[in-house]
Design a protein around this ligand. Sequence first.
Ligand code: PEP
Ligand code: MN
Length: 337
Amino acid sequence: MIIVLHKGLSDIEIEKVCSDVEQAGYQPKIIRGVEEVVLACVGDEQSHSSLEALTWLPEVERVLPVQKKYKLVSRDFKPEDSTFLVHHTPFGGKNFSTIAGPCSIESLDQCRKTAEMLKNCGINTFRGGAFKPRTSPYAFQGLAEEGLKILAKIKEEFDMGIVTEVLGVEHIDATAEVADMIQIGARNCQNYHLLEKVAKAGTPVLLKRGLATTIDEWLLAAEYIIYHGTNEVMLCERGIRTYETATRFTLDVAAIAVALRESHLPIIVDPSHPAGHVNYVQPLARAGIAAGAHGMIVETHPCPSKAVSDAAQQIAVDKFSGFYDDLRPWIDLRKML
Ligand code: PEP
Ligand code: MN
């Protein structure tokens, strides 16, 4: 950590701050500039208490951390890409893998029609929410346990991996029985209690970036999951809230590039939720793939005009293979990165 001292301090005052730094377990090194004196404090910022509290000393102007707060998710800790299987499908590294399915689980018939089409496209990982985080309490909240039963049937009939969201700790056990990967939605990215409990279930976790979380905060949320017991964590950039209203969220393409550089974890793009409208899903998918995503998660529905949630952004099942075929050259290029 770096401590910037106020100008014009006496040597005695500087020594006083140094002794506080030593007491906190760090070695202070005094650096005297032309006008300013700063203390470079050497010590492990991850295992020692932060020096941030020294901001309160009258001699101190600012305290600046120099180390990143995350460790287990970082490439400094593990330089090579992490890869893992979701059911039989590999994610991460040189793979590009697609997860697709409806926003909400509505019926067995809806899911069967979707799964059949996806299998024909060579996609083996099915998504769909049984527990839905809805902005309004009056909106459809999901079929809950009934939805999990439908997902279990799809898994059995089509031999597909299942990705589905949990909203609360009370549903983790039932969800883990059917899910091959548990989704933590954007609104729960910083629900640390939920992250801890999901990590203990041992199922791989898909961690969506929060609507207003910085990349650092998102990586620290992933750090929680690994710290509490699950190494198999996949990041998902799904757009952030900005002042723009033409799309539902703003896909932060740069976040994919940053996460790839900072972390060994697989990262996928969700082009559906930032698009908010089917017209923009294809270009956003291309952008995410070109930025280096290891895969994507995309919403599709047999009859989007009847969908109970996110209707405008879901690709019609009979249009999906065209959408996917158009992306293949981009996916092939990504695999060569
Ligand atoms: C979803 O995947 O349907 C969903 C609710 O996503 P997000 O948490 O990214 O909004
Ligand atoms: Mn959705």
